[in-house]
Design a protein around this ligand. Structure first.
Ligand code: SF4
Length: 349
């Protein structure tokens, strides 16, 4: 039995018997309150900016089991994490992932403010109601185009109708939806304004994302890079956008579409500077904890858990806090090698 000791804080019921630990504060004084768990590196799509067409995925024997993911996730909760996002690859292609969602979802409304996920939407129609039952209230859906041909081109074979059906099912099940759209020069720039209009109509939020230099892909990213400052300027004619002070501690800056419930986020890891308020860490499906999306430093939580249980996980977390860098090191100059070699699908963006 890996679950450790007696509660030290007198909150046995809300902690499910886990011993609490000190809050996760790094050497720059930043409190870590947000964990992203990539539950699989696999995906049923092959978006051009994310994956090469022929990808080699991790062998199953290198992966954490769902039970190990839950144990580590619950340890983070006991150490003060308030929000967990499940990502991939595509989290809903992972077999039995709903069991993990249910297990972590038990903490929502107590130690955890939010359990959410980022999905490509292909399997949402099957899972939307289970997600709501398990405690999920909001999801992010990646959707770079609503045009069938452009969507198929970007994803290399995806069917946009399947994704739109999944989004409709999520809405019907009561999930709040945020659309994530990566701005891609020459591919979907003309669709940004119509996408925002559609989100307003549907009651969704929209986040626009600059391409990120993570992992070798088949294209030169500088060919597809669109600065969001320019996209934002183009949106100001059709929409009245009002600055929204919301701050997620990440690389997004927000606006409201005046007179609607729609929030517009601009995520600019390259042109914005968000590191000073960074509150997050990312764990891969094989239990590697990355302290920064733009650095390769990591600690191995799978090895820690298997060799020394949760006490060793705590010790690894101390090493992670000491190693979290002050800022990322992204660059996207023509011909530049990616700042980090791993693909976005490994750490889930
Ligand atoms: S961007 Fe998302 S949907 Fe597209 S290949 Fe990567 S993980 Fe899959």
């Amino acid at each position: 039995m890996l679950r450790s000791g007696l509660p030290q804080c007198g909150q046995a019921l809300s902690c499910y018997g886990m011993a609490c630990g000190p809050a996760l504060i790094d050497r720059y004084g930043r409190a870590i309150s947000y964990l992203r768990i990539s539950v699989t590196d696999r995906c049923d799509l092959r978006c051009r900016y994310c994956m090469a067409e022929q990808m080699t995925f991790l062998p199953k024997d290198r992966l954490l089991s769902l039970d190990e993911m839950a144990l580590i996730g619950e340890r983070f909760i006991a150490r003060g994490i308030r929000k967990i996002r499940l990502t991939g690859g595509e989290p809903l292609v992972k077999r039995d992932v709903i069991d993990l969602v249910r297990r972590l979802g038990r903490h929502v409304g107590a130690e955890l403010d939010e359990l959410t996920l980022t999905t490509n939407g292909t399997r949402l129609a099957e899972h939307a109601e289970d997600l709501v039952d398990a405690g999920v209230r909001r999801i992010n859906v990646s959707l770079d185009s609503r045009d069938p041909d452009t969507f198929r081109f970007i994803t290399r074979h995806g069917d946009v109708e399947q994704v739109l059906g999944g989004i409709a099912a999520a809405k019907a099940a009561g999930l709040a939806v945020k659309i994530n759209m990566v701005a891609l020069k020459g591919l979907n720039e003309a669709e940004v304004a119509p996408m925002l209009g559609w989100c307003v109509e549907q009651g969704f939020d929209l986040s626009l994302i600059e391409t990120m230099p993570l992992g070798a892909i088949d294209e030169d990213r500088t060919d597809r890079f669109v600065p969001l400052t320019q996209v934002f300027e183009d949106l100001q004619a059709p929409f009245e956008l009002v600055r929204d002070p919301h701050n997620s501690g990440g690389p997004a800056r927000y606006w409201r579409v005046a007179g609607t419930g729609t929030r517009l986020g601009l995520i600019s890891p390259l042109t914005g500077n968000f590191c000073a308020s960074c509150n997050r860490m990312r764990m891969t499906t094989e239990g590697l904890l990355y302290m920064c999306l733009g650095h390769d430093d990591r600690v191995d939580l799978k090895a820690a858990l298997r060799e020394g249980g949760l006490a060793a996980v705590d010790a690894a977390l101390e090493r992670a806090l000491a190693a979290k860098p002050e800022a990322h090191d992204f660059r996207i100059a023509a011909g530049a090698t990616p700042a980090v070699a791993r693909h976005m699908s490994v750490t889930g963006g």
